[in-house]
Design a protein around this ligand. Structure first.
Ligand code: KG4
Ligand code: ZN
Length: 334
C-alpha cells in the first residue's frame, strides 16, 4: 500500500499545496504565486503576504486534493513548513495543517523548509538517495550540507553574511531589473558578456564558508563609478559578469567540499538552483571530476509544496510526529 502525504507551504510569497505518493511521485502540486503583488513594492511585504495566504490556502488545498483525486481518509500525514520563513506567512500554513490534522484525525509533521528544498531532488530523480552533498542556495540561505540520511544532515559550511539569492536580488534591483531579481538577472545574462566586468573573490581561507557582501559592495561601487561619469552600465554584460562571479564562488566551494568529504554525489537545492549559469557550471564540474549529479527540475527549484510533502514523508516513515502545540519558527535551523 502506498503512503500518501499532503504538503502545505506558506513560508514566503507562495501559497502551495501538493499530494505526493511514497515521497517521490507527484500526484498534484498547486502554487498560488504572489510575485505580481509584491513586485509593485520591489520585494516581499510580509503583512500583505500573510493576508494573501489566508485567501489562497483553502482553495489551494481543495485543488490539490481534487487534482490528485484523493479524499482525506487516504491521506497518511499532513506535512507543513514550520520554518524558517516569515512568521505571519508561516502561521497561515501551520494553522491550516493543524486544523486538518485535528478535524480529519491525520498525523501532523512539521517540516524544515530547507529540508524540503533538498527533497526536490527526490522528486526529480526517483533513484536519488543519501548520502550526498547538497549546495543549498535560496533567498535566505547559502550552505553546503552533507546529507547522510533522509533526516540526518551535517553543515559543511554556510554564508557569513548575505545569501546568494539576496546578492542577486539586490544588484538586479540596482541595475533596474526589478523583483524578483534572480530570474530577471539570469534572463538578462543570456545575451551578456561574463568577462565584461571583474569582481574580487572572497578572502576566507580558514574555512569553506561563503561571503557575498564584498562582491555585492564591489558591484555597487562599479555601478556608482560609471554613473558618476554620467553613463550607465550595460545591463546584460553586468548581469552576466556578476552572475558568473557568484556562481564561480559557489562551484569552487562545492568542489572543495567534495575533496574534503570524498563524497562523489552532488546536488543543488533552493530557488537559486534554477539559475542557468550555476546549473551549467555544476554539470561541467560533475563531468570533469566524475561525480554523480542531480539538478532539481525547474518546477521544484523555487518554493512549492511537493518538496515539503516529500521531506515530510521521510520524517513520517521515520516515526516523527508533531502535536497541536507546534508553532511557526521563523529562524528554524536544520
Ligand atoms: O527558495 P526560494 O524560492 O525562496 C526562499 O526560500 O528564499 O528562493 C528564492 C530566491 C530569490 O532570491 C530568487 O531571486 C532566486 O531564488 N532565484 C534565482 C533564480 N530563480 C530564483 N536566482 C538566480 N537565478 C534564477 N534563475
Ligand atoms: Zn525556499
Amino acid at each position: 500500500m502506498s503512503i500518501i502525504t499532503l504538503g502545505i507551504e506558506s513560508s514566503c510569497d507562495e501559497t502551495a499545496c501538493a499530494v505526493i505518493e511514497d515521497g517521490r511521485i507527484v500526484r498534484s502540486s498547486i502554487i498560488a504565486s504572489q510575485a505580481d503583488l509584491h513586485s509593485q513594492y520591489g520585494g516581499v511585504v510580509p503583512e500583505l503576504a500573510s493576508r494573501m495566504h489566508v485567501e489562497a490556502i483553502v482553495p489551494c488545498i481543495r485543488e490539490a486534493m481534487k487534482q490528485a483525486d484523493v479524499d482525506y481518509p487516504q491521506i497518511d500525514a499532513v506535512c507543513v513548513t514550520k520554518g524558517p520563513g516569515l512568521v505571519g506567512a508561516l502561521l497561515v500554513g501551520v494553522s491550516a495543517a493543524k486544523a486538518l490534522a485535528e478535524v480529519k484525525k491525520i498525523p501532523l509533521v512539521g517540516v524544515n523548509h530547507m529540508a524540503g528544498h533538498i527533497a526536490a531532488n527526490y522528486l526529480t530523480d526517483t533513484s536519488w538517495e543519501p548520502p550526498f552533498l547538497c549546495l543549498v542556495v535560496s533567498g535566505g540561505h547559502s550552505e553546503i550540507l552533507l546529507v547522510k540520511d533522509y533526516s540526518d544532515m551535517e553543515y559543511i559550511c554556510a554564508t557569513r553574511d548575505d545569501a546568494a539569492g539576496e546578492a542577486f536580488d539586490k544588484i538586479a534591483r540596482v541595475i533596474g531589473l526589478g523583483y524578483p531579481g534572480g530570474p530577471k538577472l539570469d534572463k538578462a545574462s543570456q545575451t551578456g558578456d561574463p568577462k565584461a566586468f571583474s569582481f574580487p573573490a572572497p578572502k576566507i581561507s580558514d574555512s569553506l564558508d561563503f561571503s557575498f557582501s564584498g562582491i555585492k559592495t564591489a558591484a555597487l561601487n562599479t555601478i556608482n563609478q560609471v554613473r558618476l561619469k554620467g553613463e550607465e552600465v550595460d545591463v546584460n554584460d553586468f548581469a552576466a559578469s556578476y552572475q558568473d562571479a557568484i556562481c564561480s564562488i559557489l562551484c569552487d566551494r562545492l568542489l572543495q567540499a567534495v575533496k574534503k568529504t570524498k563524497m562523489k554525489k552532488i546536488c543543488l537545492a533552493g530557488g537559486v538552483s534554477a539559475n542557468s549559469c550555476l546549473r551549467k557550471k555544476i554539470t561541467d564540474m560533475a563531468e570533469k571530476y566524475h561525480l554523480q549529479v542531480c539538478l532539481p527540475k525547474m518546477a521544484y527549484c523555487t518554493d512549492n509544496a511537493a518538496m515539503i510533502a516529500s521531506a515530510g514523508y521521510y520524517d513520517y516513515v521515520a516515526g516523527i510526529r508533531d502535536g497541536l502545540d507546534m508553532n511557526a519558527y521563523p529562524s528554524l535551523e536544520m
